[in-house]
Design a protein around this ligand. Structure first.
Ligand code: SDX
Length: 455
């Protein structure tokens, strides 16, 4: 991850003198001077550090990429220490207050906010692609009634690649633009169909008179009324939640999107891989786990005992902690405000009181303070979704819909980055040295391996 500019005064970066790093290899006594650019050295520059001409050269070892920038990106800026999140330079707080989700989607994909004409055209283009092929409905019918919506979403998004084989022309700008628009238009429809499938309800076709989120609500919740009428407070809350979830630089699922996309796979297969990464409980699946955790705690008075369990190492406080934010996640702060507006309409979700007590205690407790564990985007979002009528197994697909915009923006940036190649990290081999195969007739049982398997 590239840290933001080290010293920024009025947006201008004052470079430090002599931006180099001098390394002495004590194995040979040789010294090397590596250039420093944007607070980073190029890992490939380490390869020149060798003990002799046969030596491969030094690698950097960074499990889980905790201190590795995989790319240069102009899309999203995070400052984890100060709790700052900006999309293309705009603070998330201002975008959440002043923009619609499709405005922000246009910004992430194109680098600038749209003017009125551009926005009208963009909305028309996305709206044109809300329908899905009727055969996809048959595909979805193959799932059990209780199939997890994330499993259905990642499968149907992958299946879309068979309906649009031309999407493989990823180097053609017009094709990329069409497929990006298609995916953004269809994600709410696929999600709503998966939700209706789980309830055994007939699918509701898109109503293109409605806006992006109101149409999504229409496909989710319309019953027999001729025209769905969305509650404006809930519709705005969903817009804000979509804006907050749209991108977050090189998180796990975006890294998967970039890695899979670097093989020049089509955008549907690539997005399906990103959805798979998001489904994990340490990532996007956390919002669903938060609700299960709050259900397990059950009441405010049981919060202290639960906290003690976490401190004793029995599980994690779901919705807390972050690889980058070592301060309050700015999105969680906004979501807390949205929660109060939603509860004005839906009635207060009693789980909020348990969550607030968890936060109050955790923010005072040395165990969490020392580890800089604060509420993240997933801590409060599920409480709102539940109050709006969503079941917990749908929460992560509600994350996937807006994050599709971020994934596609990052995918396109990767394809257009002349420095990028197919992602293919190296490894540090710690396995067996070369050895000879013994034929089965002479081979003894692998006691050591059996002992390992038994553990
Ligand atoms: C998202 O990357 C992104 O940007 C993701 C995301 C996005 O928008 O894409 O922001 C969305 O995924 C938010 C995170 C949602 N996940 C959760 O809420 C699950 C619970 N959180 C943790 O699993 C954890 O905090 C992570 C996965 C989010 C971050 O893990 P790290 O950076 O690898 O941190 P770590 O595991 O090295 O933790 C450091 C210490 C450890 O303790 P020690 O070994 O030092 O004693 O903090 C502890 C961890 O055990 N710790 C927690 C904890 N999170 C970290 N202890 C209790 N509860 C937690 N939630």
């Amino acid at each position: 991850m590239l840290r933001g500019q080290r010293t920024i005064f009025e947006g201008v970066r004052h470079a430090m003198p002599n931006e180099t790093l001098t390394i002495t290899d004590n194995r040979t006594g040789k010294t090397y001077t590596l250039p420093i650019d944007k607070d980073a050295i190029r890992a490939i520059d380490l390869r020149q550090i060798k003990t002799g001409p046969e030596d491969f050269g030094l690698l950097s070892y960074d499990p889980a990429f905790q201190n590795t920038a995989s790319c240069q990106s102009a899309i999203t800026f995070l400052d984890g220490d100060r709790g700052i999140l900006r999309y293309r330079g705009y603070p998330i707080e201002q975008l959440a207050e002043k923009c619609s989700f499709l405005e922000v989607a246009y910004l992430l994909l194109n680098g600038e906010l749209p003017g009125p004409d551009e926005l009208d055209e963009w909305i028309a283009n996305v709206t044109r692609h809300t329908m899905i092929h009727e055969n996809l409905k048959k595909f979805m019918e193959g799932f059990h009634y209780d199939a997890h919506p994330m499993g259905m979403l990642m499968s149907t998004v992958a299946a879309l690649s068979t309906f649009y084989p031309e999407a493989r022309s990823i180097h053609d700008a017009a094709t990329r633009k069409l497929e990006i628009t298609r995916l953004i238009g269809k994600m709410p429809t696929l999600t709503a169909y998966a939700y209706r499938h789980s309830l055994g309800l007939p699918y509701v076709y898109p109503d293109n008179d409605l806006g992006y989120t109101k149409n999504f609500m229409n496909m989710l919740w319309r019953r027999t009324e001729p025209k769905f009428s969305a509650n404006p407070v809930l519709a705005r809350a969903l817009e804000v939640l979509f804006i907050l979830h749209a991108d977050h630089e090189q998180n796990c699922s975006t890294s998967a999107m970039r890695a899979v996309g670097s093989s020049f796979a089509d955008p549907y297969a690539t997005t399906a891989a990103a959805i798979a990464a998001l489904s994990g409980p340490l990532h996007g699946g956390a919002n669903e786990e938060v609700l299960r955790m709050l259900d397990e705690i059950g009441s405010k008075d049981r919060v202290p005992a639960y906290i003690e369990q976490i401190k004793a190492g029995r599980g994690k406080l779901m919705g807390f902690g972050h690889r980058v934010y070592k301060n309050y996640d700015p999105r969680a702060r906004i979501i807390k405000q949205v929660a109060e507006e939603v509860f004005e309409v839906t009635g207060r979700n009693p789980k909020l009181d348990i969550a607030l007590e968890l936060e109050r205690i955790a923010l005072e407790d040395e165990f969490f303070v020392k580890r800089k564990l604060y509420p993240n985007v997933d801590f409060y979002s599920g409480i709102i979704y539940q109050a709006m009528g969503f079941t917990p197994d749908v929460f992560t697909v509600l994350f996937a819909i807006p994050r599709t915009v971020g994934w596609l923006a990052q995918w396109q940036e990767m394809l257009l980055d002349g420095e990028q190649k197919i992602a293919r990290p190296r490894q540090l081999y710690i396995g067996k040295p070369a050895r000879q195969v013994v034929r089965i007739e002479e081979r003894e049982a692998p006691a050591a391996m059996l002992a390992t398997v038994a553990r």
